[in-house]
Design a protein around this ligand. Sequence first.
Ligand SMILES: Nc1ncnc2c1ncn2[C@@H]1O[C@H](COP(=O)(O)OP(=O)(O)OP(=O)(O)O)[C@@H](O)[C@H]1O
Ligand SMILES: [Mg+2]
Length: 184
Amino acid sequence: MKELSLNILDIAQNSITARSTLINIGIVERDNTFTLTISDDGCGMSAEMVKNVTDPFCTTRKTRKVGLGIPFLKMQAEMTGGSFSISSKSEAEFPDDHGTITTAMFYKDHIDFTPLGDIISTVCTLIHGAGGIDIMFTHESEIFDVKLDTRELKEVLGADISLSEPEILSWIEQYLSEQYNSYK
Ligand SMILES: Nc1ncnc2c1ncn2[C@@H]1O[C@H](COP(=O)(O)OP(=O)(O)OP(=O)(O)O)[C@@H](O)[C@H]1O
Ligand SMILES: [Mg+2]
């Protein structure tokens, strides 16, 4: 994939499929490292599934026999000399505390580092497609600190307004780009 933001969309899509109510997307850039963490409170996976999930032939998809979201992200992180991990608690085993955490660490100065790309559009696409699932997005680096929490937006806007309204999405887009442009 040409942009890491598309991988993020893919991993977050897994969280949506897993019936999450909150998806937390965090990016931390420090010196030469770029760390992406996506966590959710969805149905989770069994220990057996987690062990196999980085194998492309491991999928619960019904439409095709391979699932590529996780293996791709792992490959992209490892290509830069970085690392990948996934941990999960299944709803069956942990009824009150279930979900999945996916972490990928990249080295930014490696020639195979995939640029993040248009993360603002990705976050907006996700909010639009998430059907009311809450999204928390944070991106911190030496120069900026970006944060968006749809729970806070909903509190301000009230229950009647959908975050998928075009005006709201364009406001979110502007809100994020202002944060990227206002340096610490
Ligand atoms: N956050 C998650 N919560 C619960 N199960 C998950 C989660 N992420 C992945 N899985 C399980 O792991 C499988 C593999 O995920 P992966 O993203 O690699 O492929 P896929 O979603 O099946 O297909 P693709 O991403 O190519 O559309 C999924 O089918 C799903 O069963
Ligand atoms: Mg997937």
